[in-house]
Design a protein around this ligand. Structure first.
Ligand code: GUN
Length: 286
């Protein structure tokens, strides 16, 4: 068994990006800038935002945060997004999810200029990804982070049967597309899937992003499986865990991601990469 060290890869990405950001500042007078919008005070969102801000500090990407009360109206939010779309000093716009219930998330996402959509959530960026690897320019960060982890450890998905558990627009569906682009045979399972085990037991790789501790147990996977655990759950003792029974699956797996320290840091690293990429593209720098 080998542990996939997402934290280490993320730190290497930050080191490279810091050099690139310095160069852009020096040679092009361009300092990439990320605008983050937070509505309300969801505890998980606050924690995620803190990690993103720290990553900006490590890479030299500028950070500007707009905090709003839960009572913010959708029109007010859309107006703010429009203002950021038109602001040439802003290269990335991120609306932290979840939003309070009175917001229509698809409408909010649609308001973001796709060239500044560093989360890769807009139909434009998701649609481009559908066309093939060469069009994945602002891919959603979590699937992009998974692909980077696989590349780092020379795990080639070509020919693999990959079962993805979780069919969200921001993880499961785009991850399946990115793996398909790389020659894998993905199967997407979800909450209504009958007999989940029948889909996981023969898979060469299992990726899970549901948010349910111990959803994937040792008896559900085969010897030598690659496990990518994208779930984040908080246990009673306050510690984090993923969706897999890590202790029991670990001896059986050829590779496995820990939670924390696997997919999470890679998501943030890919957000930083997308922000630098967006800044360059908006300024016609290749
Ligand atoms: N909430 C949980 N994960 C994410 C993410 O990657 N991006 C945004 N905008 N909100 C989230």
């Amino acid at each position: 068994m080998a542990l996939i060290d997402g934290k280490k890869i993320a730190n290497e990405i930050y080191e490279n990006l810091a050099v690139e950001v310095q160069k852009l500042t020096r040679e092009n007078n361009l300092q990439p800038k990320l605008a983050v919008i937070l509505v309300g005070d969801n505890a998980a969102s606050l924690s995620y935002i803190k990690q993103k801000r720290k990553a900006c500090e490590k890479t030299g990407i500028q950070w500007v945060q707009f905090d709003y009360e839960e009572s913010l109206t959708q029109d007010e939010l859309l107006k703010k997004i429009q203002e950021l779309n038109e602001d040439n000093s802003i290269h990335g716009i991120l609306v932290q999810l979840p939003l309070p219930e009175h917001f229509e998330v698809p409408k909010v996402i649609r308001a973001i200029d796709p060239h500044k959509d560093v989360d890769g959530f807009t139909a434009y960026n998701l649609g481009k990804m559908f066309l093939g690897t060469e069009f994945e320019d602002l891919p959603p960060c979590t699937p992009a982070g998974v692909i980077k982890m696989l590349e780092y450890y020379d795990i080639d998905p070509e020919g693999m049967n990959v079962t993805i558990v979780g069919a969200s627009n921001i993880v499961g569906k785009p991850l399946a597309t990115m793996l398909l682009n790389r020659g894998a045979t993905p199967t997407i399972c979800h909450i209504k899937t009958k007999d989940l085990k029948s889909h996981t037991i023969n898979a060469d790789m299992v990726c899970v992003a549901v948010g349910r501790p111990n959803l994937i147990t040792e008896d559900m996977v085969k010897e030598g499986v690659v496990i990518i655990d994208i779930g984040v759950n908080r246990k009673d003792d306050g510690k984090l865990c993923g969706d897999c029974d890590f202790e029991r699956i670990e001896p059986k797996a050829s590779y496995i991601t820990p939670v924390p320290g696997g997919a999470g840091p890679m998501t943030v690293a890919c957000l930083m990469e997308n922000t630098v990429k967006a800044a360059k593209r908006l300024n016609n720098i290749s």
